[in-house]
Design a binder for this molecule. Structure first.
Ligand code: HEC
Ligand code: HEC
Ligand code: HEC
Ligand code: HEC
Ligand code: HEC
Length: 402
């Protein structure tokens, strides 16, 4: 067991003790209330609150919680109303307000963030709408504030009780609940409900269920243990090379120590999912490409020598059909067995694993622009450019074939 694994295991066991003590039913009940959509407006500001305590702006929280603000700003939760989402919403809010408002449930869930209110098939103005807050995506208050009251995890020692009378603490203290430590907290946005959209009999978004079926759930390693280590608010995922590397064991081997021209070389590249709590990758949007090719002494790729193996859940753009599902469930391995006759000396085998975190969105935004994105066009162009910048190499090795 590596040190990092040990640290995660200890954190997980501590979580297990707290979660068991509280009871899964109580957690469920709390979360059903906490995430009932659409969320209710906060209501009038409590008399004791200063404007700073009543503010829902992340920057206001950050005056007293600077570490969480600094982390959150770098996270994709802070970018949840980025150009890819808001660019689509411009026209959709007019043409199909019901669908448009449903996006806010996960991307900017506070009542104060929705430009309209659903009203049957139509929509009406939202009197509590705050434009600036709406653009800030999944803000602190989206997870921590209901009816102006703060909710949060138990103290690090597991205790729930306040250290001083609550009415003497800023924002009247915190209601502490182990629900914040459990995977179920993340479920409401990272898992479609059973009646949700399916393709080939599988839900389009199934991260929680994948986790539930894995050894990580049995060992009580929650989403937070991997995505919020030490309670950091970073939520790194498939867009982050270090995070992706932390979940994989990648190995490259040459079959024999020596080859002569005319021999057939055998090289094997394997990618094993060793520390990912769900399918790798969990969504239909990323694509991972394992590749092998021969490179000559001048550094040129030998024509026709490239072979690939894709790890992805590939779907058509219209989401009508699943083309293939080669994702790795936890503990599973993909191998690229590369066999080729070498016709000269001095060749090397180059093995790579490249991650395209937004492969589906690149195609999707291209097609949207072709069809016409209306007044959202400039934003969709920005979003498309971002998807083209996101690929990275998680593994690369060149092996001499002498
Ligand atoms: C004026 C300063 C101040 C502001 C503004 C403020 N907080 Fe706090 N917050 C505190 C203090 C002090 C505590 C510790 C309370 C205690 O000991 O129980 C706290 C505790 C918390 C906790 C529990 C932390 C823990 O240690 O487990 C959470 C969660 C929290 N605040 C969220 C927020 C959010 C979200 C906002 C913005 C919407 C916010 N706070 C705004 C001062 C502030
Ligand atoms: C059930 C929660 C949920 C709902 C509802 C939802 N999304 Fe998302 N969305 C997500 C999650 C989770 C991701 C991140 C997936 C990933 O990282 O691969 C995401 C990612 C995206 C992205 C790519 C990231 C980005 O910022 O460019 C776009 C675009 C997007 N959603 C648009 C929408 C639109 C438009 C709607 C409404 C029609 C919508 N989403 C509704 C959960 C949701
Ligand atoms: C996606 C939901 C989410 C968002 C957004 C979010 N938090 Fe948290 N926060 C959590 C969870 C979950 C925990 C408990 C994590 C754990 O214990 O592993 C937590 C813990 C905390 C704590 C306790 C930290 C500690 O060391 O004990 C504070 C304080 C806090 N959050 C403040 C904030 C502030 C301020 C923001 C915005 C800048 C924010 N949170 C945004 C979910 C969220
Ligand atoms: C209110 C809905 C909501 C909740 C609750 C929520 N998320 Fe998210 N999460 C999202 C959305 C939406 C995105 C995509 C943001 C974007 O890129 O536009 C996202 C993105 C992420 C990513 C980045 C994925 C990537 O593509 O790299 C990770 C990791 C993540 N969430 C983990 C968590 C964890 C762990 C929890 C529970 C502590 C959690 N989330 C709770 C809505 C939510
Ligand atoms: C054992 C550690 C571990 C656990 C537990 C875990 N994850 Fe992850 N997660 C990872 C790693 C590593 C990645 C990066 C590789 C990848 O994209 O699959 C990742 C990626 C993601 C992504 C990026 C999108 C994608 O297509 O992969 C999201 C969203 C996410 N996790 C959410 C969650 C949620 C929600 C839970 C709990 C239900 C969870 N994770 C549990 C390790 C973990």
């Amino acid at each position: 067991m590596r040190l990092r694994d040990a640290a995660v295991l200890i954190a997980a066991l501590a979580t297990l003790a707290v979660v068991n003590a509280a009871g899964a039913d109580a957690i469920r009940e709390f979360l059903d209330r906490h995430w009932r959509r659409p969320l209710a407006p906060q209501g009038p500001r409590p008399a004791r609150y200063s404007p700073l305590e009543a503010s829902l702006e992340p920057e206001a929280c950050g005056t007293c919680h600077p570490a969480q603000l600094a982390d959150w700003r770098t996270s994709l939760h802070a970018a949840a109303m980025g150009p890819g989402v808001s660019g689509q919403l411009v026209e959709m809010l007019e043409s199909d307000p019901g669908s448009a408002l449903s996006c806010f449930n996960c991307h900017a869930p506070l009542a104060e963030q929705a430009p309209r209110l659903a009203d049957g098939a139509r929509a009406r103005a939202n009197p509590v709408y705050d434009t600036a807050l709406g653009a800030k995506g999944l803000v602190c208050a989206g997870c921590h504030v209901r009816g102006h009251a703060r909710f949060g995890p138990p103290r690090r020692d597991g205790s729930l009780a306040p250290t001083a009378p609550r009415e003497t603490l800023p924002h009247n203290g915190v209601t502490r609940t182990p629900a914040f430590l459990s995977s179920e907290f993340c479920q409401s946005c990272h898992q479609f409900t059973p009646d949700g959209f399916t393709l080939n009999g599988k839900l389009l978004e199934n991260t929680y269920n994948e986790w539930k079926a894995s050894r990580f759930a049995r060992e009580s390693v929650q989403c937070q243990n991997c995505h919020m280590p030490d309670r950091r608010h970073l939520w790194r995922g498939v867009h982050d090379p270090e995070m992706v590397r932390s979940g994989l064991t990648i190995d490259a081997r040459v079959g024999a120590a020596r080859y002569r021209p005319g021999d057939t070389i055998a090289v094997t590249l394997t990618v094993e999912s060793t520390r990912i709590g769900h399918a790798f990758p969990t969504y239909v949007t990323p694509r991972v490409v394992m590749s092998a090719e021969l490179v000559d002494q001048a550094g040129e790729v030998v024509a026709g020598s490239r072979e690939e193996r894709v790890i992805a859940r590939e779907v058509t753009l219209d989401l009508e059909r699943e083309i293939a599902d080669t994702r790795l469930m936890p503990g599973k391995k993909a191998a690229l067995h590369y066999r080729r006759r070498v016709d000269r000396a001095g060749l090397r085998a180059r093995l790579r694993v490249v991650v395209y975190p937004d492969e589906f969105y690149t195609r999707f935004f291209e097609s949207l622009l072709e069809q016409g994105a209306g007044r959202g066009e400039a934003q969709i162009r920005d979003a498309l450019a971002a998807t083209r910048r996101s690929p990275f190499t998680v593994f690369e090795r060149e092996m001499p074939l002498t």
